[in-house]
Design a protein around this ligand. Structure first.
Ligand code: GDP
Ligand code: CA
Length: 328
């Protein structure tokens, strides 16, 4: 039995893991997959604990995701959200579908009765049967905020606002100076997170946002150290293709922390394990083959293969490349 641990954000991480599970099944591999999920996007909204990345992974793997949106449930209405907006409450620009709201109600009920987020997640997954073990990165709230450079709406320059407000309300088009993980100082990795990395046969950094998804998980005490010391190979997949953050605004995040929006830029930002980083190998898209020498020179095994996750079969092929380069 092979153990594979994947660190994941929302859409990119979820789609990759779905392809990985498909590939493992198709090739008859008997593997245990653990997904350590970013909870930096979590937020209290309308009295409910919303965990966007955990839910995207759970719905994607469990067959309930709204495929075109990448988040929320297929076939849900916005009637409840519209009613909340009619009271002038909530975030009108962050609509939650009514089927999705049921998940947040159940989760909040469990948390209020004393369950940890890990326990609440395991409970929700009993229904969704995602085919992998889903672990929140931490049971303590660690919420990513951004610091505004200039006044915008009711916020003043220098204020911290929740990442989701910057991302969804402002589409990342408002300049920010830094990302701050509120709560990180007193947070610990959730049960099983560090062990799942140390005891793995393979660790994967899928094409998730390197700053606010994987960067946040890596900042949780003990996680980066576990990646540096595990005996397992650590393989990453570039979320940047041809200098573009595909399907999203990750380029704005990279720009804020001074990292080039390129396959090599992100690979070098993670760095090779031999030089204090977290990667043994890094897959770039075939259109980014020119970046291979720079990565190799930095001690990272690299290969150029198609990295568009168009559908489950193409994503399974990416997972097959991850498995292949991990053995080289
Ligand atoms: P989020 O939390 O929903 O933003 O999801 P993640 O952090 O897991 O992943 C978002 C990132 O996935 C985006 O910023 C893109 O860079 C990357 N991404 C999305 N679709 C693709 C794809 O088809 N191929 C690759 N290589 N990356 C992708
Ligand atoms: Ca996210």
């Amino acid at each position: 039995m092979k153990k594979i641990t994947v660190l994941a954000g929302g859409v990119g991480g979820a789609r990759f893991v779905r392809g990985l599970l498909h590939e493992l099944t198709a090739t008859g591999h008997d593997a245990d997959v653990t997904v350590v999920v970013n909870t930096g996007d979590d937020v209290w909204l309308d009295g409910l604990r919303v965990c966007p990345d955990l839910d995207t992974v759970m719905y994607t793997l469990g067959g309930g995701i709204h495929e075109d949106q990448g988040w929320g449930r297929t076939g849900e209405s916005r009637r409840t959200s519209a009613e909340i907006a009619a009271y002038g409450r909530g975030w009108p620009w962050f609509t939650l579908g009514d089927l999705d709201l049921a998940t947040h109600i159940v989760r909040t009920d469990l948390l209020r009765s004393g369950s940890t987020l890990s326990e609440a997640t395991a409970f929700l997954c009993r229904r969704w049967q995602p085919g992998a073990r889903l672990l929140p990165m931490s049971d303590q709230p660690v919420e990513t905020h951004v610091r505004l450079v200039a006044d915008v709406d009711e916020h003043a320059a220098g204020d911290l606002i929740h990442f989701e407000e910057w991302w969804v309300r402002y589409r990342a088009h408002v300049e920010v100076s830094e990302f701050v993980q509120v709560g990180l100082a007193s947070a610990t990795a959730a049960p099983g997170v560090v062990d799942s990395i140390l005891e793995a046969d393979l660790v994967v950094l899928p094409p998730s946002n390197p700053v606010v998804s994987l960067g946040t998980i890596l900042a949780v005490p003990g996680v980066r150290e576990a990646l540096q010391t595990t005996a397992a190979p650590v393989v990453g997949v570039s979320p940047i293709i041809g200098g573009q953050a595909v399907r999203g605004m990750a380029g704005h995040c990279l720009q804020t922390i001074g990292v080039a929006t390129s396959a090599a830029g992100v690979g070098l930002h993670y760095g090779s394990r031999a030089s204090g980083g977290v990667l043994d190998a890094w897959l770039v898209d075939e259109t980014d083959a020119a970046s291979l020498p720079a990565l190799t020179a930095a001690g990272i095994r690299a290969a150029a293969v198609p990295l568009w996750m168009h559908d489950v079969p193409t994503t399974a092929s990416i997972a097959a490349e991850v498995l292949a380069i991990s053995l080289r």
